[in-house]
Design a protein around this ligand. Sequence first.
Ligand SMILES: [Zn+2]
Length: 463
Amino acid sequence: MIQDILPSRLHNHWQPRTPLPESYIMCFRDGKLLASLKDGELRFPKFHESRRDAVYLFSVDDAAFFLCDADETGDFQFYEMRELRDRCAGKYLYAAFTAYHLQLWYAENRYCGICRGDMLHDGKESALVCQSCGHKIYPRINPAVIVGVVSKGRILITRYRRGYAHNALVAGFTEIGETLEETVAREVMEETGLRVRNIRYYKSQPWGMAQDILMGYFCEADGSDEIKMDDSELKSAVWCRPDEIELQPQQHSLTNEMMMLFRDTNGHLPPEYNPVTPDAAPRKTRICFTRHGETTMNVADHISGVTDCDLTANGIAQAEQLADICAQHPEISVIICSPLKRAQKTAAIIAEKIRVPVVTDERLREWNYGSYEDQPRGETPVFQAAKREFGVRMPDGGESLLQLAHRVYSCIDDIRRKYAGETVLCVCHGGVCRVAETYFKDMSTDAFSHFFMGNCELRQYEI
Ligand SMILES: [Zn+2]
């Protein structure tokens, strides 16, 4: 984050200091800051370049910063704060944002809110005092929260309708009379219609464009995770798995750090921040298998191993029916799919309906039938006999059944490891489904030979 400048340090304690020639000056006009970005390095003018009234702001290490007026000269010109944020990094960017916050406070408090008298610096601490009635005010800081809502291994990613264009989390300002935890619950409810529990503090960010301090929290969706987005505030609000998170272009913000932490821990946040309610009993892993919809080669009764072919209109309808069935099972979190076209098309139809990611796994492609590929089944009577020879490869570059079993078993082993406790749908082929059945159940050779999986039939196994 921008404030992470160790071993440097920003000293914000106010002191009665006068500028020296090497002191930096921070000059703002219309919210823009006078700076130089020459050679990609953020620099500010020094005091001897201006010599006008200066107010001490803070120091970064030994360098003192003063609020002071100046003009554009040489390399120094006025930059929007957002431009500096996009183009710079480091301790002087932190100084720029802190100065921006302080100068807004000075500019907005030139007169007393009680008697309209002149406000001048207290001279002892960071405060302004009315010269008529003595009313004293301190720099204003607006508390706000940023919220990483998690549910079922996913995090809620938003985009705002206005302002910052990149991915963000739910955010909002604290209202008077509200605890920070109440702000978290209220903002999440207002923006997404979700109820939350287990609110855990993460870290804070002491700079922003709105004179704010941001406090970051993780929490868990409580009850339904159906999002009812507030269109007036947000452009999008979606649940993202760790591998789907698109970070912000800079590593400046608390929001980005929270998204990155969720991504890099694969959704398993460190215990001190983790809001996920532990399961009373560990959930079982469920792996569902289906065979692609009907294809042109199925209709022609051709042997289709690794030969690509298209779904028929009937095949598409079968995939749509299966998608409707899958929609009754919101616990399906991912589709693992064979690379072959008929399986990919079937998976795409289901994924569009139930909105889960599709991961392609080479090991789920159909048995390579070698020279039997694309032959009319009726004219190759030896094909069935060849299929029963488990250890013998299909002729001309094909696979043996044991080779097929090796890759399908290793794929299922990996699914069990990677998606432990989840429900996964594998979209593949008749031959692969037949082998998968043997992974979970004892089968006699005869039962194996007679096993048949219809197009888009669904079988599920629990571990
Ligand atoms: Zn006053």
